[in-house]
Design a protein around this ligand. Structure first.
Ligand SMILES: O=P(O)(O)OC[C@H]1O[C@H](O[C@H]2O[C@H](CO)[C@@H](O)[C@H](O)[C@H]2O)[C@H](O)[C@@H](O)[C@@H]1O
Length: 374
């Protein structure tokens, strides 16, 4: 038996959960990042024991990484073969992007800032901010986050970037200082504006329903809401799952996904970080271009939608930020935000050097032309 993640959709409540299940090894293993389709019968069996399944899914959402129990080195080694470090593969990545415009997409939590207990304290370092600022000078750059756009902007504070908040449901172009602003117009797109009152209501209801559980934190992300359980005693996870589930039953137009020790409650509309990536490429004028090379860096399950889009378009690639093997559609990996910063700096360094070389060659050509004229 091997453990795989299964996406379980409860059609009635519109709730999707990823649940780790044991799968016989005799069946061919699914491609990395893919989900197993399960029959309605199996789904009903899982639903029979729903709350336990929820708790299993909560545990798998962000496994606690004990130093004493590192992932089995064989597992890690074979995973790293499939998802090598983007730092080790830097030269290959650059050569694949040759002649194409690199466009950068960066998730925020766990990618640009380390995961911390309190979501309000997830600050980005000044060094990371300076790196992203330089990056945006050389490449169109977007922050794609589950957080509400204003909140993620308050952490990043760079006006020259594109921002896609609330899992891509709230997109805004650079307010100033970007040479990548198409036609000088400000891009603004809100995919689920009619859901704002409902999210407001469900946020308050969830706050009320979970207030007796110590450590729960409910966040209003404008077009979606987050219920954090990072600081909740594991013994209380079943109770929390029960409360969230009973609130969501009343909202058939909302669905549930999971991030790192967080339930994400969002509209059932078909919009996610992958759609946001496609929208941004279009806004930048690269909709049907073959000479674009999008790079998406993220650490979470919700980033998989974007990794998947890149695979399907066969353009650019995804980089998963993770220290442990995970099912992913990303091609490469980085271990933590500090490695993300090193990777971004190398990209900037490479681009600077390339531009310098191009400038020098152009100048030499001009000099040759001038000497031929004389
Ligand atoms: O798409 P992202 O930018 O990665 O946002 C996803 C969620 O990130 C935040 O929660 C996560 O980071 C917190 C701070 O490190 C951590 O305490 C929490 O356990 C993580 O799930 C944010 O608070 C959520 O609203 C976002 O949806």
């Amino acid at each position: 038996m091997t453990q795989q993640n299964v996406v379980v959709s409860d059609l009635k409540s519109g709730i999707n959960l990823t649940i780790p299940v044991k799968v016989p090894v005799s069946k061919p293993a699914p491609a990395p990042g893919s989900c197993i389709t399960i029959s309605r019968k199996t789904l009903l069996e899982i639903n029979g024991n729903k709350i336990n399944s929820w708790v299993d899914s909560m545990r798998a959402s962000s496994p606690t990484h004990h130093k004493s129990t590192p992932p089995l080195s064989d597992d890690l080694t074979s995973w790293m073969v499939q998802h090598p470090s983007a730092l080790d593969m830097f030269e290959q990545i650059i050569s694949a992007s040759k002649g194409k415009q690199i466009v950068m997409f960066l998730d925020y939590d766990g990618t640009l800032s380390p995961i911390v207990e309190d979501p309000d304290q997830a600050f980005m370092s000044d060094a990371m901010r300076a790196t992203v600022r330089k990056l945006a000078r050389y490449f169109p750059t977007a922050i794609v986050s589950g957080r509400c756009r204003d909140k993620v902007y308050s952490f990043v504070r760079l006006a020259e970037l594109y921002y896609a908040g609330s899992h891509g449901m709230d997109i805004k172009g650079p307010s100033k200082g970007s040479k990548y602003k198409k036609g000088g117009q400000a891009v603004l797109f809100q995919a689920a504006i009619e859901f704002i009152p409902m999210i407001d209501e469900v946020y308050k209801t969830l706050q009320d329903a979970t207030k007796s559980i110590k450590g729960v934190r409910v966040e209003n992300n404008k077009f979606c809401a987050s219920v954090h359980f990072r600081s909740v005693d594991e013994k209380k996870w079943g109770e929390l799952a029960q409360q969230v589930r009973s609130v969501l039953k009343e909202y058939p137009k909302l669905r549930l996904t999971q991030g790192r020790k967080v339930f994400e409650i969002r509209p059932t509309i078909k919009w996610d970080k992958g759609k946001a990536l496609e929208f941004l490429l279009e806004s930048l004028g690269y909709a049907n271009c073959t000479d674009v090379f999008p790079v998406y860096i993220g650490d979470d399950r919700t980033d998989e939608d974007a990794f998947k889009v890149l695979r399907e378009r066969d353009q650019g690639f995804g980089i998963l930020v993770s220290k442990i093997p995970k099912d992913t559609h990303a091609s490469y990996s980085l271990q933590e935000p500090s490695e993300v910063m090193v990777f971004l700096r190398r990209l900037v360094g490479w681009k600077k050097l390339t531009l310098k070389r191009q400038f020098r060659i152009r100048r030499q050509i001009e000099e040759i032309k001038a000497s031929l004229r004389n």
